[in-house]
Design a protein around this ligand. Structure first.
Ligand code: KG4
Ligand code: ZN
Length: 341
């Protein structure tokens, strides 16, 4: 098997993106097709699970066909089918899992179930051929905020996690409260560029005895209280200043925890993953801090930060090479833990 290319068809449908990709040897993306449902969910101010499942069903066949076509591969030329089976919205995950099972069974190919967060972490392998475990990874998405020691391609230790909201969730909620709409992260990122990050001093939650854990619900409440107070007093709030000040409070904590973790655990490589890893302030502030600390920073291009199937193909390749195979009874596991199979 050593000298032969391994080609994986990967499917991702855990939230509001229907995605399929063809990835070779875990690092070369032959195609990466994403059908986003953002326009639909924007009407409701957030992801509506029932609608997400229905949209996945409508789109998944075309998305997979497009991914194969763009890659110039037929199903016969694929070595395995990888699919996200958790964590995520159960109905949304089920569409991808059922589809992957049907394709793998019909084409007589092995099936590999992939953890969504393992996929986010593996997104870093796509554009950084030199990056190999072990390294520390800050995972910041809409549903998760973890500081993870990546011991090997399929071995993880979570050393810090959020006690309440995920970082992306805080971005989305604050954006909604200042009328920026869904999804909030990119909109706050953009608005913050025109604002003063020092305009409002928001709290930076630190948890006694758990230096790597996060908490964002206090910050979110502080933003809402600030807004209510200003409204009551008839004071004008500049949304750009509020966005910049909120973003700066989140970024401060993320940078501080990640750098402390890297130093404490002796890592000279730090990676970032998940939708929030595409935040421009986080990228530049983390880069600055890493430079000072002599740490090399890795992060994926924005298209590989937010949900996509190429990252599932990258993670699926390493799982496949380690011998991981899923049975035809593979099921969606909405609260799947990292490192569990
Ligand atoms: O990783 P992802 O696509 O989905 C999950 O697995 O949750 O992350 C989506 C999250 C959303 O909360 C979105 O607002 C946030 O990532 N996000 C950002 C940016 N782009 C996406 N947050 C801050 N700045 C951004 N530029
Ligand atoms: Zn995700």
């Amino acid at each position: 098997m050593e000298n032969r290319d391994i080609t994986i068809l990967a499917i991702e449908s855990s939230c509001d993106e229907t995605a399929a990709a063809v990835v070779q040897n875990g690092r070369t993306v032959l195609s990466n097709v994403i059908s986003t449902q953002i326009a639909t969910h924007t009407l409701y101010g957030g992801v509506v699970p029932e609608i997400a499942s229905r949209k996945h069903m409508e789109n998944i066949n075309q998305v997979i066909e497009a991914a194969l076509l763009e890659a110039g591969k037929t199903l016969e030329e694929i070595d395995a089918v990888a699919v996200t089976y958790g964590p995520g919205l159960v109905g949304a995950l089920l569409v991808g899992v059922a589809e992957a099972k049907a394709i793998a069974y019909a084409a007589e190919k092995p099936l590999v179930g992939v953890h969504h967060i393992e996929g986010h972490i593996a997104a870093n392998y796509i554009e950084h051929p030199e990056l190999e475990p072990p390294f520390l990874c800050l995972v910041v998405s809409g549903g998760h905020t973890h500081l993870v020691v990546v011991k090997d391609y399929d071995q993880f230790e979570i050393i810090g996690r959020t006690r309440d909201d995920a970082a992306g969730e805080a971005f989305d909620k604050v954006a909604r409260s200042i009328g920026l709409g869904y999804p909030g992260g990119p909109k706050i990122d953009r608005a913050a560029k025109e604002g003063n990050p020092k305009a409002i001093a928001f709290p930076h939650a630190r948890i006694d005895g758990s230096p790597y854990d996060f908490s964002f619900s206090g910050l979110k409440s502080a933003v809402l209280n600030y807004l209510n107070h200003a409204r009551m007093m008839g004071e004008e709030v500049k949304p750009e200043d509020l966005a910049a000040s909120f973003q700066s409070a989140v970024v401060d904590v993320l940078v501080e925890h990640a750098i402390r973790g890297a130093k404490e655990y002796g890592f000279k490589q730090l990676a970032m993953a998940g939708g929030v890893a595409s935040n421009s302030a986080l990228r530049s502030r983390m880069q600055e801090a890493c430079k000072k600390a002599g740490i090399t920073l890795y992060y994926p291009s924005p298209v590989f930060c937010t949900d996509n199937a190429a990252m599932i193909g990258a993670a699926g390749y390493y799982e496949f090479c380690k011998g991981a195979r899923s049975g035809w009874d593979l099921n969606a596991v909405p609260s799947l833990k990292l490192g569990e199979r």
